[in-house]
Design a protein around this ligand. Structure first.
Ligand SMILES: [Zn+2]
Length: 248
């Protein structure tokens, strides 16, 4: 019996409720907006949870932290409207700052138990040469929270959520920003939507940087689709949740 028959790679188009956990305001959309738009069009509800306050990347240094936070949220709501995000949540950990891994994991447990997603989408914490600690912490804490969601002896940050929680099934986890994809999603039909959403993130990019980002996304989307029957793709690692422990 091959392992794939016991732990089959889940089909992300079975997703009904998708929790997308990102380090910064724009990560979900830059990496996976094409796929997430497809899932929304397929009837899935999308929930975004952002770990940090993202204040370090705001380009206009004349803005106060309050003004910068407002601008970031304005951009994220505009992008979310384009993609079809149902709900946005923020944890406000200091961007590129010092914070506790286990506090982050407790918060992720809370939102997983509260939202009860059937898929969790997040950043690949094992991306080789990833130097940004927010990405490593967020991806790892999200993956751990996925495997611990049903273990209610492990508390989340909200006892009320924990006591109301009824065990539910998480079919799979999807990592973006990965160097080891096992699927390339055909995003040819949602490419324009993705780019329209990415362009909303004005607080974090000046015009030249935004244009460079779009050029890079354009090249990457074509590069990963080489040899496929479609023009543009997003590389993803899609795993059965039981594959997140001991190498299955
Ligand atoms: Zn990021």
């Amino acid at each position: 019996m091959i392992i794939e028959s016991i732990l089959p790679t889940p089909n992300i188009f079975d997703a009904k409720r998708v929790l997308c956990i990102q380090p910064h305001y724009d990560d979900n959309d830059i990496a996976a907006a094409g796929t997430l738009t497809l899932l929304h069009q397929n009837g899935a509800e999308l929930f975004y949870l952002t770990a940090t306050d993202d204040l370090m990347g705001v380009v206009d240094h004349s803005l106060s932290n309050e003004e910068a936070a407002k601008a970031l949220k304005r951009d994220q709501f505009a992008a979310g409207k384009i993609i079809g995000v149902k709900e946005q949540y923020w944890l406000g950990y200091p961007d590129a700052g010092e914070y506790d891994y286990f506090a982050l994991r407790r918060d992720f447990l809370k939102y997983i138990r509260m939202i009860q997603p059937d898929f969790v989408v997040t950043v690949d914490p094992w991306l080789t040469y990833e130097a940004h600690h927010d990405h490593i912490q967020t991806g790892l804490a999200a993956a751990e929270a996925v495997i611990f969601a049903g273990l209610t002896k492990i508390p989340s940050s909200d006892p009320t959520v924990d006591s109301a929680y009824k065990e539910h099934d998480i079919k799979g986890i999807v990592f973006y920003h990965t160097r080891e994809p096992n699927q390339v999603m055909d995003i040819s039909a949602t490419w324009e939507t993705k780019i329209a959403a990415v362009r909303c993130y004005e607080a974090q990019f000046n015009q030249a940087d935004m244009d460079r980002l779009i050029m890079a996304l354009d090249a990457k989307s074509r590069q990963v689709a080489a040899g496929e029957s479609f023009a543009r793709g997003e590389p993803l690692k899609v795993l059965h949740t039981s594959a997140l422990h001991c190498g299955f």
